[in-house]
Design a protein around this ligand. Structure first.
Ligand SMILES: Cc1cc2nc3c(=O)[nH]c(=O)nc-3n(C[C@H](O)[C@H](O)[C@H](O)COP(=O)(O)OP(=O)(O)OC[C@H]3O[C@@H](n4cnc5c(N)ncnc54)[C@H](O)[C@@H]3O)c2cc1C
Length: 422
């Protein structure tokens, strides 16, 4: 089933146009070949030659679709036009994420996949001219790959102040030592942005012991990608464990200053959380459509699934979950885009609510599809796993719930109770 995108009354004409154009690429160019693009998931029965054939076919298809995306003026929507992007504002980008997420893996085909997209935005904001030429431009052009290396096995990722990796300045070089894991895209990456504690005793690059982000090409001596960590029963993934053992890079690779690392991570993650939620909503939308399709067509026990009250309950509950998640997320995006200081609370609230709603909607769709629901023939099982991961990545639920409660209590204690209409 194709995504049905209609004119939204009250939305700016440019935004309606972006929704419509994005949906056209999704419907005409991606959904008809979705199975071929994700051929790997079909694979055990294929012999080596067939696998290679399908792998090559997927690469060709991807390049063709990327060309169509570029032709439609929809490539790298998150980046300014001077760096080859669309230059979309925050809200437009959020709306676009929702539509493109309807098709599995589409964000890569629009040049806005994590972690490259977030890294590119960091480079736009904090990068020097040389860093932009060497890392940003080829990244946007799809010639190189990247990863973001912050979480560590031996410190709590949900408390970034506990990070242990260190960079010590020696002359014109940083010497980096640290142990990271869950550096996504770590197998393919040509460079990592590494978050560590910086010690520049000269003080030239900022106060010693504060957080700093440093660009580390993966080919640098001392960078060891130990493994692609196996997750959810799969043998391996591209979420990598990485050891940095006396890794030397020029101080010119510093992204921003020592002391700006946390802020840069927040810049990356804060906006990213809204996009991730819109992304989840696009996937919930697809799951919902799939559930409806199956309910309307599947005969069981002498009748269509659509006529069974259990299934009608699934439809009603999923509709409510989707609408609630979507309205909360659009409202949070609007708060961010108008610079509302309360946006932080709204972002944390959706960061908790949306993945849970996402999991419920996908779970019901899987149930309606029966055995087919858990196969790789449908995108549902992958969605289910990604919904679970989202309750941990970018800050686990508990941290965000605490933040929501603290912000609200602060308001009420200051004599400013909420106006839920604003
Ligand atoms: C698939 C995947 C991809 C990832 N990609 C990346 C990446 O590209 N780069 C990167 O740097 N990281 C990445 N991460 C790491 C992710 O951001 C961290 O796992 C996350 O921030 C949590 O950190 P942690 O695993 O160290 O858990 P911990 O900080 O050890 O927390 C464990 C649990 O403790 C509980 N908890 C924490 N704080 C509190 C509290 N205050 N009160 C009550 N309970 C609490 C929560 O239930 C939490 O889940 C990825 C993770 C996954 C699963």
């Amino acid at each position: 089933m194709a995504i049905n995108v209609e004119e939204v009354p009250g939305l700016a004409p440019e935004l309606n146009d972006i929704r419509r154009r994005t949906a056209r690429v999704v419907n005409e160019d991606i959904l008809p070949v979705e199975a071929e693009l994700t051929w790997l998931s079909r694979g055990y029965a294929l012999d080596a030659e067939e696998r290679e054939h399908h792998r090559r076919r997927a690469i060709v298809l991807k390049e063709e679709i990327k060309a169509k995306v570029a032709e439609a003026g929809l490539w790298a929507p998150h980046l300014p036009t001077e760096y080859g992007g669309m230059g979309l504002d925050f809200l437009s980008l959020a709306y676009m994420h929702e539509i493109l997420a309807y098709a599995a893996g589409a964000s890569e085909l629009f040049g806005v996949a994590a972690p490259n997209a977030g890294n590119a935005s960091l480079l736009v904001k904090y990068g020097t001219k040389e860093q932009k030429e060497r890392f940003l431009i080829p990244l946007v052009e799809g010639k190189i790959e990247s990863g973001f290396s912050m979480t560590e096995p031996d410190s709590a990722g949900s408390d970034p102040r506990s990070l242990r990796a260190e960079a010590v300045r020696e002359g014109d070089e940083w010497v980096i030592n640290g142990h990271k894991w869950f550096t996504s895209n770590g197998i393919a990456a040509d460079f990592f942005i590494v978050m560590c504690r910086g010690f520049d005793q000269s003080g030239e690059l900022g106060p010693a012991g504060q957080m700093v982000q440093i660009i580390v090409p993966t080919a640098t001596r001392g960078v060891e990608v130990v493994r692609g960590i196996g997750i959810f029963g799969h043998e391996h993934s591209d979420h990598c464990e990485v050891v940095y053992d006396n890794v030397r890079v020029p101080v010119a690779n510093t992204l921003g200053l020592v002391g700006e690392g946390h802020q840069a991570a927040q810049d990356r993650l804060g906006a990213g959380r809204v996009y991730h939620c819109m992304n989840s909503i696009g996937q919930m939308w697809r799951a919902f459509d799939l559930m409806m399709e199956r309910a309307m067509g599947r005969q069981v026990h002498g009748g269509l699934l659509r006529d069974k009250q259990f299934i009608q309950g699934f439809i009603a509950d999923s509709y409510s979950d989707l609408q609630a998640a979507r309205l909360m997320t659009v409202q949070a995006a609007e708060k961010v885009s108008r610079g509302d200081p309360e946006a932080r609370t709204a972002i944390s609230a959706i960061k908790v609510f949306v993945p849970a709603a996402f999991a419920r909607v996908v779970d019901r769709a899987i149930q309606v599809w029966g055995g087919a629901g858990v196969t790789n023939d449908l995108p549902l099982s992958r969605m289910f796993l990604s919904a679970r991961v989202l309750r941990i990545a970018d800050g686990p639920d508990e941290v965000h719930r605490i933040l929501v409660a603290k912000n609200l209590l602060r308001r009420y204690e200051a004599g400013r109770p909420l106006d839920f209409a604003s």
